[in-house]
Unconditional design. Structure first.
Length: 150
């Protein structure tokens, strides 16, 4: 059994997952603050953006594109549907539900987009263009890791 001394636990506190989760929370708070006047949170903005880019998507595909479990996605979609920003309806196959952006959702996305751009520019200024590009490339690479690699 592994000894759980302070040194060993100190290494765990510096683990990749823990550090990424802290960074994600900090960045999410920054973008949420920028989007607050629009009534959207970062996750909602991202889902509206995905739908605008991809068009109508089955819920399963939207979850894959957002790298989000279906339960979390469903909670986010409930809010967006309640606010009439998206429409969730049966697809051509009754077992599949599809999500589409509404006109109100497109208008909300257009309202939020300048605030997102401002936050994105602030992050780019803070990190610098090269560092930000490298970070985004590195994060994209991390997203391809699979559980089988353990």
């Amino acid at each position: 059994m592994t000894r759980l001394d302070r040194r060993a636990l100190g290494r765990a506190a510096g683990c990749t997952c823990f550090t990424l989760r802290k960074a994600t929370r900090a960045v999410t708070q920054f973008y949420d603050q920028a989007l607050r006047p629009t009534g959207l949170r970062t996750t909602q903005f991202s889902l509206l953006t995905l739908l605008r880019l991809a068009g109508t998507l089955p819920i399963t595909r939207l979850a894959e594109e957002a790298v989000m479990d279906r339960t979390t996605l469903s909670r986010n979609l409930e809010v967006l549907e309640r606010d009439r920003l998206v429409r969730v309806q049966p697809g051509s196959d009754a077992r599949v539900r599809e999500v589409e952006l509404t006109d109100k959702g497109l208008a909300k996305l257009a309202q939020a987009f300048p605030r997102w751009q401002s936050a994105q520019r602030a992050v780019a200024r803070h990190l610098g263009a090269r560092r930000m590009a490298r970070m985004l490339a590195d994060l994209s690479s991390v997203m391809t890791i699979s559980p089988e690699e353990q």
